[in-house]
Write a protein that binds this ligand. Structure first.
Ligand code: ACO
Length: 700
């Protein structure tokens, strides 16, 4: 496939299905191309008309006497494949198929879409759509769409899986003066998807921030890789709607039950550094902030206000969002004290008071901006009878210009009276809102992005670990030959051993004497457990004995377990009794794995034991590309991290052994895609080492 440069900067464009008739989509596309000021050649393709809007028409693209880089297809679905075939033969590099009536209408449409897609891949053509609005590039300029509005030139690339959403946003953008570099309506994503355009926009010099509205991701692995690279270059902010397929899948493991429907997306976005917005409003608040402001160099915020209440609300919101209300240097405090009335609030927030004119705001803004502890400034203005809206706004604009490293935001708390000042600030590139919360949310997003970017740029490489894949392969083959999906304890213990996951040893025994011999070999005390893939809750059927200290006790325990289970579940097949070393008590943890349809295995870590689903103290990471740094962060996100660090005088747990074990679990589930779910629960953490007591593995 060709690169996407020729899609956004084509030298010649054809419109297949161009029409003379106003009101038809084929007419709008021609008009939009002309009205956008596109400088290349435009070829209307129509079987009857030789001239449309003053342009020479042709009956087919193959008859155009020029190399066409981009063809926009707007003929009915039944004719779209033939049109694509004609474009392919004519050497067209890019297709935008606006036509509807494909995958979105059911099986028949899906078949047609598959045909269309395969024609495109046969000829190596990029295809956007079908069922889309089109594409735009304001820097070319190019409006290859049937959108009613064409945006201002700007530096935001907007990718949308909803055509209606893109049209609505473009229309709205004109009313707020927002500019875009590119807009792509992704449609059914028959061939190209957000992944291709994120990759393209990451290297586009006209784009500073990439924003997306998406409903699904079909190639999680590629998305993950491409997004990670893009985020190293510029922010990617995204709204994802719809419910993940993983949620629909019934989960039988603890880990599966802990992972909510949307968790894989959330985890993936976090790991590849994408900022996830919760709403379209938040998406555009962030887009505006990223598009206009420098990235704050830290999380410390100064607040300047002419009213106490909004100052307090902003302070709460700053602290509640993981940001810091800046503590001023003595010099700043002194400076403010010498130049503000005695009643003014001199700490952060700086309350210049209700009677403040522009000069007092100006002084406070200059003072806080000169403080090295300040990375962002939020200016709050309430319309009192003496407030000088425009003059104060001009002061803020001037201060911003003199301090290019600080990110400035404004909240104009009011309505109509503040309108002109509001526009003044927005036009000067200061993200301005009616209330302070969006300003704080935007700073949070920007600070978060800085951290993500730094982490990705300093990403720890994965360290290969010694494992015995063949041993695990053999165990899984035996399980499959046995027509089982769930591994026995003795098998999981062998799998753990092969991957260096420290686990209490287990021997499967089929007689009381064998059990006693295993006890002698392991050393006492030992635990006995009934071995059956069909018994999930072994204690409930009298299938567990703990703390057995001699061969005699083991023999007796073996017989009692067998009797208990026979009575409770007479028809359930039993493989014998497992003998396991009894481990001393440590901090009870869980390491688990559940699978997501798009992103593959997800690793869980948290507080373990039987109350794991009740306590829900777990964090998740995709196994894909996980490294030790991420594992450490994952541990730190849980409450049990405090226990592991040494709570109330307890010695700290062996963190490195824990990190290594989580990493080895990730390696195992990545190496064996047939593992459906895995729970290591509990795994005890000690001051020296860790030990898994119960490892459950089920296969696909
Ligand atoms: N080559 C060139 N021209 C052709 C061909 C062909 N093979 N076949 C037909 N034409 C011409 C027709 O003669 C017609 O020209 P005319 O106006 O001079 O007669 C023109 O192409 C269009 O064909 P029509 O049959 O008139 O089709 P119409 O314009 O009614 O519809 C369209 C075509 C718009 C593509 C329609 O099928 C469609 O898909 N509409 C929905 C589009 C849509 O909503 N897309 C999703 C956007 S996302 C969102 O929801 C906002």
């Amino acid at each position: 496939m060709a690169g996407l440069e020729s899609m956004f900067k084509p030298s010649a464009v054809a419109v297949v299905g161009a029409s003379k008739k106003p009101g038809k989509i084929g007419y709008s596309i021609i008009r939009n191309l002309l009205d956008s000021g596109y400088q290349g050649k435009i070829y209307p393709i129509n079987p009857k008309d030789k001239e449309i809007e003053g342009l020479t028409g042709y009956p087919s693209v193959s008859e155009v006497p020029d190399q066409v880089d981009l063809a926009i297809v707007s003929v009915p679905a039944r004719a779209a494949c033939d049109a694509a075939e004609d474009c392919g033969k004519a050497g067209v590099k890019n297709l935008v198929v606006v036509t509807a009536g494909f995958k979105e209408i059911g099986d028949e449409g899906k078949e047609l879409e598959n045909r269309l897609t395969s024609i495109c891949s046969q000829y190596g053509m990029n295809m956007v759509g079908p069922n889309c609005v089109g594409v735009m590039d304001t820097h070319t300029p190019l409006n290859a769409s049937f959108s009613g509005a064409y945006p201002n030139k700007g530096n935001i690339a907007f990718l949308s899986q909803s055509g209606a959403m893109s049209i609505a946003i473009l229309d709205w953008s004109l009313s707020v003066g927002l500019g875009f570099s590119k807009m792509v309506s992704l449609g059914n994503k028959g061939s190209l998807s957000e992944i291709d355009f994120i990759e393209e926009a990451a290297d586009d010099p006209d784009t500073n921030v990439i924003i997306c509205y998406i409903e699904d991701i079909t190639d999680g692995e590629r998305f993950f890789k491409v997004a990670k690279e893009a985020v190293k270059k510029k922010p990617v902010v995204l709204v994802k709607s719809g419910v993940s397929q993983a949620g629909a899948q019934a989960a039988s493991s603890h880990t599966g039950a802990l992972a909510g429907s949307d968790l894989a997306y959330d985890t993936a976005f976090k790991q590849c550094g994408i900022i996830r917005a919760n709403s379209m409003t938040e998406l555009f608040d962030l887009a505006i902030a990223f598009s206009n402001s420098p990235l704050p160099e830290g999380d410390k915020v100064a607040i300047v206000t002419n009213s106490g209440g909004p100052g307090i609300i902003t302070t709460d919101h700053v602290e509640g969002n993981g940001l810091t209300v800046a503590r001023f240097e003595d010099k700043t405090s002194e400076d403010l004290k010498n130049n503000m009335p005695p009643e003014a609030g001199l700490n952060n927030p700086v309350d210049v008071m209700g009677d403040a004119k522009a000069d007092r705001f100006d002084y406070a803004l200059k003072s806080v901006s000169a403080d090295p502890n300040v990375h962002s400034v939020i200016n709050l203005m309430c319309p009192t009878a003496v407030t000088e809206f425009e003059k104060t706004s001009q002061a803020l604009i001037d201060v911003k210009q003199k301090n290019p490293k600080i990110a400035y935001f404004a909240a104009m708390l009011g309505g109509e009276s503040l309108g002109d000042a509001f526009n003044m600030l927005s036009n000067a590139g200061i993200p301005t809102y009616t209330f302070p919360e969006p300003a704080v949310n935007s700073i949070r997003g920007m600070v978060q992005y800085s951290k993500y970017k730094e982490n990705l740029l300093n990403e720890e490489k994965e360290v290969p670990v010694q494992v015995n894949k063949d041993a695990v392969k053999d165990i899984f083959n035996n399980v499959k030959q046995d027509n089982r999906k769930v591994l026995l304890g003795s098998e999981t213990s062998a799998v753990a051993e092969a991957y260096g996951i420290p686990a209490a040893k287990i021997s499967l025994t089929t007689t009381a004497d064998e059990a006693a011999a295993a006890g002698d070999k392991l050393g006492y005390p030992v635990v006995l457990k009934i071995a059956s893939p069909d018994i999930m809750h072994k204690t409930d059927v009298g299938g567990v004995k703990v703390g057995l200290n001699s061969a005699e006790e083991v023999k007796q325990g073996y017989n009692e377990i067998m009797d208990n289970v026979k009575k409770a579940l007479p028809d359930t097949p039993v493989s014998g009794v497992e003998v396991q070393s009894m481990m001393p008590k440590g901090t009870e943890l869980i390491i688990g794995m559940t699978k997501d349809a798009q992103f593959g295995p997800m690793i869980a870590f948290g507080m373990g034991g039987i109350y794991v689903n009740l306590i829900k103290d777990v964090s998740f990471r995709l196994a894909m590309g996980i490294n030790n740094k991420e594992i450490r962060e994952m541990i730190q996100e849980t409450k049990c991290y405090k226990l592991l660090k040494g709570y109330r005088g307890d010695p700290p747990a062996d963190m490195e052994a824990l990190v290594d074990t989580i990493y080895r679990v990730a390696c195992l589930v990545r190496d064996f895609s047939e593992i459906k779910e895995m729970d290591v629960n509990p795994i005890f953490a000690y001051t020296d080492g860790v030990s898994a007591l119960d490892v459950k593995i089920s296969l696909e």
